[in-house]
Design a protein around this ligand. Structure first.
Ligand code: ATP
Length: 237
């Protein structure tokens, strides 16, 4: 197995006094796809927010490429090569598709490759090229999700975290987006897929981590964990 690009060690995270993540650890081997699975409210987004610097954990450590990034601000973490696509396909709705994408190339190293990155995003999602001058607010939900993914790719990440990108999308769009993620991974990018869908995430990943009530309760290679074992952990059976 390759060296982990990401190591999360015993993260604990709160909102005020409420303990949303009590003890969560995970590892992402370089160039692999790892799933983080769990029901509504299990703590998946909070954990990813802690990794990406959007939320500060109360204890625990996050290591990216061997360096301690715990508590660093999100923009600094992006600059180091780790980018989160947050839940809800967030776009600047009044801005054009292309301007939304260009915003992703804010890290200095990414700016130098902006044109190539933009071409690559348009190659992955040709519909965005067609609609490059349209306001993002006029796009469908799936297309907006593509913009959010494209903007993350513009930062030129080595590790990308996708937080429930399939939420609310039609099955054909989900299939298409997952095919693009596979392609991105095959080109060398490490991926974390946060999902509620056990079948889809198990199939798409090399290893799985299952969260329940703020804890990682099961983990292992996706092929070695049965769908039933994952579902039992997911529901706490
Ligand atoms: P979902 O799939 O619904 O996004 P999740 O597994 O990602 O769920 P989180 O969003 O991390 O779970 O939420 C974990 C817990 O923290 C839940 O009980 C949720 O209600 C709570 N929570 C999340 N965000 C906040 C917040 N901003 N303020 C207070 N509580 C929050």
């Amino acid at each position: 197995m390759s060296e982990p690009i990401l190591k999360v060690e015993h993260i604990q995270a709160k909102y005020g006094d409420f303990l949303a993540v009590s003890d969560a650890s995970m590892e992402v081997p370089a160039q692999q796809v790892v799933s983080l699975i769990g029901a509504n409210g299990a703590g998946k987004s909070t954990m990813m927010d802690c990794v990406a610097g959007v939320h500060t954990p109360t204890s625990g450590k996050v290591f990216f490429k061997g360096e301690d990034i715990t508590g660093l601000p999100a923009h600094e973490i992006v600059t180091r090569g780790l980018c989160l696509v947050p839940q809800g396909s967030r776009c600047f709705v009044r801005m054009s598709v292309e301007d939304n994408l260009i915003m992703g190339s804010f890290p200095k190293a990414a700016r130098a490759h902006m044109k190539d990155s933009l071409d690559r995003v348009y190659e992955l999602f040709p519909v965005l090229k067609e609609k490059r001058n349209d306001a993002s607010g006029s796009l469908s939900g799936g297309q907006r999700q593509m913009v959010a993914i494209g903007r993350a790719l513009m930062t030129r990440p080595e590790l990308i975290l996708f937080d429930e990108i399939s939420l609310g999308l039609a099955p054909t769009i989900i299939k298409d987006i997952y095919a693009r993620i596979k392609q991105i991974n095959q080109e060398g990018m490490s991926v974390v897929l946060v999902e509620q869908d056990v079948k889809r995430s198990r199939k798409a990943s090399e290893s799985c981590f299952v969260m329940l009530k703020g804890r990682v309760v099961l983990s292992g290679p996706s092929q070695e964990l049965s769908e039933e074992a994952i579902k039992n952990a997911y529901f706490g059976i």
